[in-house]
Design a protein around this ligand. Structure first.
Ligand code: SF4
Length: 118
């Protein structure tokens, strides 16, 4: 199973992400080899975030795209157009809520989502 992980952090200005070290979240997970690749985008729900998703996922060889950030239901609505535009199956997207968590809690939440979607 090939997995990609994106962190999305409301531009880094939102207090919901201030308790965690976002780079340590990414580093910890990539060291464990759970994901083929990891990445960070400041605001996937903006116009350039939409473009980024389209470019990144066009022809991407992954079975699952995890996006750790805001509420998964909100994510589904906000990324829908980008996924549809490039034919990326929306079932491959798995949102993980990590707002208001510290570093370890965010890591654990992402790992739990992977376990639940194996
Ligand atoms: S997609 Fe969610 S986490 Fe990312 S910037 Fe928008 S509201 Fe924030």
């Amino acid at each position: 199973m090939k997995r990609g992980l994106l962190l999305c952090v409301c531009q880094g200005t939102c207090p919901s992400f201030h308790k965690m070290d976002i780079f340590e979240v990414l580093n910890s997970l990539r060291r464990e080899g759970i994901f083929e690749w990891v990445g960070l985008h400041p605001q996937l729900c903006s116009d350039d975030g939409d473009k980024y998703l389209r470019e990144l996922l066009k022809g991407a060889e992954i079975d699952q795209l995890y996006v750790a950030g805001c509420d998964p239901t909100m994510q589904k609505k906000m990324y829908r157009d980008a996924f549809e535009a490039i034919g990326f199956p929306k079932e491959k997207h798995i949102g993980v809520e990590i707002r208001n968590m510290d570093t370890q809690q965010a890591i654990d939440a992402i790992k739990k989502a992977v376990e639940e979607n194996k």
